[in-house]
Design a protein around this ligand. Structure first.
Ligand SMILES: Cc1cc2nc3c(=O)[nH]c(=O)nc-3n(C[C@H](O)[C@H](O)[C@H](O)COP(=O)(O)OP(=O)(O)OC[C@H]3O[C@@H](n4cnc5c(N)ncnc54)[C@H](O)[C@@H]3O)c2cc1C
Length: 387
């Protein structure tokens, strides 16, 4: 078993790490305070190809493997999880239904615009349908060669800045799973309205809004897959994109280790660096193990995705473990910083606020435990999970 990254993977990881060090970390506290999406930095990420890491080679992208995409997510999130979320939501989550189910013409439209700078958003959650996403109520009604969309989508990442959306809607709630359809929707479609902007605890450099559809007329040619066949597209999308969230969370977990270690070596109490106290060393050891194990889990899931192996349960494990690790490491990092950790002078206070979302979006920790538990009760446990 070879745990080394390839030369290309190392290169893209380094590029993302350098970008985070030079163009994100010096400014991210300002974005956080201003509750502002840094559009200039997003434009720079577009120039460097970071906003389009999900675009396949045949549609003009770099055709990166999943390991590379996740390495980018980790490094950017270590700098600022809001920007990591912006990238992952646009070029991975929102674009995965396109990879999974779109035809050639649709892919050309979607990716062509993305390469020109269009940010994307994924519209699934609704005020009444969160963990129970299949309880969605946004309607799509056939009218000639179009569908008319009506409904409200809640907590949409990139909602305020996206130029195109993937949207899940139902022909009729009574049809249950058979009624679900998936569309690509242009932001400029009449009847597409940017609703309330959320004032969030963390990831404040990312845009989160409602998206409202009021008699929005979408051509049938923008439907991904067949009418009523949206469910498999949705399920595959969520399976694919979960690994990237684990990578975002690993970025926070790792950033906490690095920040706390530096601080513990510099901070003196009782005449010596606090890093020499066993109580602090034990915390540091546990934090490093959590970061390392999170990385191993997401890399395993991403690698399995790349080789067409069974990755779904492992990606749930990665998302669950990395999300919990980000949160625990952030709490421990604040503790190691003592009173200073409770202030905005140091990065760990922001890590703590940013970490919490990793246990909530794209399937809460409880939902991941349900998925893993269901797999185990059906298949038992063995070191080589087969899905
Ligand atoms: C900042 C942010 C960005 C987001 N970005 C997007 C996006 O881009 N696109 C999108 O579509 N959505 C997005 N979401 C929505 C996100 O995926 C949902 O918030 C999440 O799935 C949980 O849904 P909910 O908030 O309605 O919570 P609920 O589903 O109401 O859950 C509330 C609590 O109950 C628990 N719970 C629910 N059902 C069960 C059960 N059966 N068993 C045990 N416990 C249960 C949950 O785990 C949770 O603790 C985002 C959310 C946020 C906050």
């Amino acid at each position: 078993m070879d745990f080394r990254l390839t030369e290309e993977q190392e290169m893209i990881q380094q590029m993302a790490a350098d970008f985070a060090a030079n163009e994100i970390i010096p400014f991210c506290m300002e974005w956080d305070k201003a509750d502002e999406v840094p559009m200039g930095t997003i434009a720079r990420m577009q120039e460097l190809g970071l906003m389009t890491i999900g675009v396949p080679l045949e549609y003009g992208g770099d055709g990166l493997d999943n390991v590379s995409k996740c390495l980018v997510c980790e490094e950017i999130s270590k700098g600022d999880a809001g920007l990591g979320t912006t990238i992952a939501a646009s070029t991975l989550l929102a674009s995965d239904p396109v990879i999974v189910g779109a035809n050639d013409e649709q892919k050309k439209w979607w990716y062509g615009r993305q390469l020109e700078g269009a940010v994307c958003a994924f519209c699934l959650t609704e005020p009444g349908a969160g963990s129970d996403a299949l309880g969605l109520a946004t309607r799509c009604v056939k009218d000639g060669n179009d569908y008319i969309l009506n409904g409200t989508k809640q907590f949409i990442t990139n909602g305020g800045i996206a130029r195109q959306f993937t949207v899940f809607a139902t022909l009729d709630k009574k049809l249950g799973h058979q009624g679900i359809c998936c569309f690509m929707v242009d932001r400029d479609t009449p009847g597409v309205i940017i609703g309330k902007k959320e004032d969030k605890l963390g990831i404040r450099s990312s845009s989160t809004t409602q998206i409202i559809f009021e008699d929005a007329r979408v051509p049938s040619s923008m439907m991904i897959g067949a009418e009523g066949k949206g469910l498999p597209i949705l399920m595959e999308t969520l399976d694919l994109s979960r690994t990237a969230i684990a990578a975002l969370a690993t970025g926070i977990a790792t950033g906490c280790v690095e920040a706390a270690l530096n601080y513990a070596n510099e901070r003196h109490q009782f005449g010596q660096p606090i890093a020499t106290f066993q109580a602090i060393q034990f915390k540091m050891a546990d934090m490093a193990v959590r970061a390392e194990a999170s990385r191993l889990l997401y890399l395993k899931a991403a690698y399995l995705q790349d080789i067409g192996g069974p990755f779904k349960t492992i990606s749930s494990m990665a998302k669950l473990y990395a999300g919990d690790s980000a949160m625990t490491n952030a709490i421990e990092a604040v503790q190691i910083f003592g009173g200073y950790g409770y202030t905005k002078e140091y990065p760990v206070e922001k890590y703590l606020r940013d970490a919490k979302i990793m246990q909530i979006f794209e399937g809460t920790a409880e939902v991941q435990r349900m998925v893993i538990g269901k797999y185990l009760s059906k298949n038992g446990y063995s070191p080589f999970i087969t899905d």
